[in-house]
Write a protein that binds this ligand. Structure first.
Ligand SMILES: [Zn+2]
Length: 207
């Protein structure tokens, strides 16, 4: 099943066409992959999905890696999150290329995972128990660590073999292949790729 690409805050491609920043794709991928895709492209031109603290705050709230009130980020934290994103993108690309990842990217990822310790706590709930996760980190650190932990789980487990880079013209998104026939990040990219192939074939047959 190929996902349908929609854009953060229901911002259409046409609306973001002339405005860099925000509007990251929402593919329904695992948290870390979705975060990697906040650097995306429209018609072959790179876009920055977390250009400002407001973009990052909105993205984190909507993806809930650190639920709860009080999530505020500043410009320095935007840089920290972007560094994590580039590390995840670099390591995903290394998976796609079947080569070992950059040690510096691994360092950035591990540092982010350690930004906020988290531990489970048990609580009596009638005749059963409830488990909740606790941290002493602030909202931004907790979110950074949650994204990094998700990335470590993917890259360090069997899903690493399913990471793909979309091959549609001009697309730079990653996805986790969840169906044997899935080749594109979204149905829209599949359509564009088929149209491009059709155009190439047609050109090749016209003298
Ligand atoms: Zn794509």
């Amino acid at each position: 099943m190929v996902a349908t690409v929609i854009y953060h805050k229901k911002v259409s491609i046409d609306q973001i066409g002339g405005q860099p920043g925000g509007g990251s794709p929402l593919l329904g991928e695992p948290l870390a992959i979705e975060f990697a895709n906040t650097r995306y492209a429209v018609r072959g031109r790179f876009r920055e999905g977390i250009d400002t603290p407001d973009h990052l705050t909105a993205w984190l709230r909507d993806h809930s890696p650190a639920p709860g009130p009080g999530l505020l980020v500043d410009a320095a934290e935007v840089e920290t999150f972007r560094a994590l994103r580039e590390a995840i993108r670099g390591l995903c690309q290394a998976c796609v290329d079947a080569r070992s990842g950059d040690g510096k990217h691994v360092e950035v990822l591990n540092a982010a995972a350690a930004a906020a310790a988290q531990w489970p706590q048990l609580r009596c709930a009638g005749s059963a128990y409830a488990v909740s996760e606790h941290t002493r980190g602030n909202g931004a650190d907790t979110a950074l660590a949650a994204i990094a932990r998700d990335a470590i789980g993917i890259l360090g487990g069997p899903l690493r073999n399913q990471i793909r880079a979309c091959q549609a013209p001009g697309c730079v998104l990653f996805f986790v292949k969840d169906h044997p026939r899935r080749r594109w990040c979204s149905a829209g990219c599949g359509n564009r790729a088929r149209a491009a192939r059709h155009y190439q074939r047609h050109r090749a047959t016209v003298p």
